[in-house]
Design a protein around this ligand. Structure first.
Ligand code: NAP
Length: 506
């Protein structure tokens, strides 16, 4: 096998593609890791193709990020009708921007409607995947093992909570948890609450809790630009219209308002000097100037970096929330956490009953901490020693027949990740067809192809707005945005058909 996939790999591929048939397989056996949005999608598509598959899910429910995140105010800032599978529109969304629990309910229903639930093994974590003799050998947390032709890693991007390194955190006498480990038994009304972190999560939590806390302190290390949006409720009449004629949904999902916005936003982030970026900057600046009346507070909330450098926050109500008399924006440095609350470097103590850590995620993990061993003992941790990467975010040299959904360098930004995953699946499915048809038994991008992709991507990524001089989870350990740096349309084109000369087939 090692010889086959050596220097003459390209030639071998061409031979195979030229028609030296291996013979069609009866069925592929696939392991999908994760039953979130992307894992369910993979299951639905494999089922349609008649492949055998199992989904291993470490949690006890489907839904991924929507299962994990249950904090007050959780809303998806992509319009609900665009944040649905293209093949499963949902006329029942209650709002333009759907609340988290409704999205979770949607995925639960999809798992049932498409007969995916019976393929899922809940409470089972994949510990290791090892490629040997043309198949993936999978070690599971319950002590069992599995063998598959193909592994689909649908493990999500933001699911390893990042705890802040603040001295004394463990000494806090009140309740304290990360935003993604919300404890529903902890009371909120009338309490003194602190929220550390003002990314999309912290902003949503503060907006929701400002009316409930007796005092709410938002600890802000760096201010954020806020894009004003309006969330509106769909009436029963609206929903009736969605139910009776899907073109009413399509008008939102595929209409000019949504796609025009996506394309303008995309043009802005890939060209920081574009008129589209100037337009975004003008909107967020006006929002700050016109919405925040107290000049002192306004200055606290004014970022010193460019709009959309960090993931742009869409909020209908954050500025209103922080202007309530019970809300305080703390911009000083945190010295330590004490049993009574948070002590600032200037000596101020914010006495608290509850401290929420909206401090984000380790965005570089992807399939890790799983141990993944590819061809000839290749170790994924080593392959990703500099940065996690994959050719077009999907395939990694030396890890044949392993495909990632929403893997490293996949489009991020304020897009619907469902749309991204569907396009990625269309691409992966064409590679799977080569396996299904017996045109090869192993396929992965070549080292040269990945190196070329990364060289072009990194050069372009440095010039996106994400590289314009701020910290964010978009940046890898080298300070390079780990993002798709080109247009959305270019992504769609790239996903339309794999360029087979960039692959090694065996
Ligand atoms: P995040 O964007 O990474 O924000 C983390 C926040 O915690 C930042 O404000 C950061 O400050 C702060 N922080 C981290 N460590 C700290 C420390 N030691 N002391 C003080 N502050 C600290 O995380 P997130 O808000 O959870 O959002 C992550 C991503 O999830 C979003 O960008 C988005 O992609 C996704 N999300 C999406 C939605 C949606 O509606 N679609 C909603 C929520 C989240 P600095 O900025 O100074 O580093």
């Amino acid at each position: 096998m090692a010889d086959q996939i050596g220097a003459g790999r390209r030639g071998k591929a061409v031979e195979r593609m030229a028609g030296i048939e291996l013979g069609p397989r009866e069925q592929l056996r696939c392991v999908i890791i994760g039953a979130g949005m992307a894992g369910l999608l993979a299951g639905i598509r494999l089922k349609e193709k008649g492949d055998q598959f199992v989904i291993y899910e470490k949690g006890d429910k489907v839904g991924g990020t929507w299962r994990e995140n249950r904090y007050p105010g959780l809303t998806c800032d992509v319009p609900a009708h665009a944040y649905t599978y293209s093949f499963a529109p949902n006329p029942e969304w209650s709002q333009f921007y759907a609340p988290g629990p409704e999205i979770q309910h949607y995925f639960e229903r999809i798992a049932d409607d498409y007969g995916i639930r019976e393929h899922i093994r809940f409470g089972v974590e994949v510990g290791a995947c090892r490629y040997s003799e043309g198949r993936w050998h999978i070690t599971l947390s319950d002590g069992s093992t599995d063998v598959a032709d193909v592994v689909i890693a649908a493990t999500g991007v933001l699911h390893h909570p990042k705890m802040p390194d603040i001295p004394g955190l463990d000494s806090f006498a009140g309740d304290c948890f990360h935003s993604t480990r919300w404890d529903d038994t902890v009371p909120l009304d009338g309490r003194r609450i602190g929220v550390i972190g003002n990314g999309s999560t912290g902003v949503q939590i503060v907006s929701a809790l400002s009316e409930r806390a007796s005092r709410l302190v938002h600890f802000q290390r760096s201010p954020q630009w806020i894009m004003p949006v309006q969330n509106f409720i769909y009436s029963e009449t609206d929903r009736h219209a969605f139910r009776s004629d899907v073109s009413n949904i399509d008008a939102i999902r595929f209409g000019q308002d949504y796609w025009g916005g996506i394309r303008r936003f995309n043009a802005a982030i890939i060209d920081a000097d574009s008129p589209e970026m100037a337009e975004i900057e003008a909107i967020v600046l006006r929002n700050l100037e016109e919405s925040v009346t107290d000049p002192e507070l306004r200055e606290k909330l004014r970022p010193s970096y460019r709009a959309a450098c960090k993931r742009l926050i869409y909020s209908p109500n954050y500025y209103a929330a922080v202007q309530r008399p019970n809300v305080f924006i703390e911009t000083g440095a945190i010295e330590r956490v004490e049993p009574e609350g948070v002590r600032m470097r200037d000596g101020t103590l914010h006495a608290l009953d509850l401290l929420v850590l909206a401090t984000g995620f380790h965005a570089d993990r992807f399939v890790r901490p799983m141990i993944v061993t590819g061809r000839d003992g290749a170790d994924l941790n080593q392959a990703w020693a500099v940065r996690p990467t994959a050719y077009y975010a999907i395939t990694i040299p030396d890890f044949p027949n392993m495909f990632l959904l929403n893997g490293p360098t996949a489009p991020v930004g304020n897009f619907s990740l469902i749309d991204i995953a569907e396009r990625q699946w269309a691409y992966i499915d064409q590679l799977l067809d080569l396996l299904r048809q017996g045109q090869c038994s192993a396929i992965a991008a070549s080292h040269d192809a990945l190196a070329d992709y990364e060289e072009r991507r990194i050069a372009a990524a440095r010039h996106t707005i994400f590289g314009s001089g701020c910290t964010s989870w978009y940046l890898d350990a080298q300070g390079v945005p780990q993002t798709w740096p080109w247009s959305y349309d270019r992504f769609a084109e790239a996903m339309a058909a794999p360029k087979l000369s960039d692959f090694e087939l065996a």
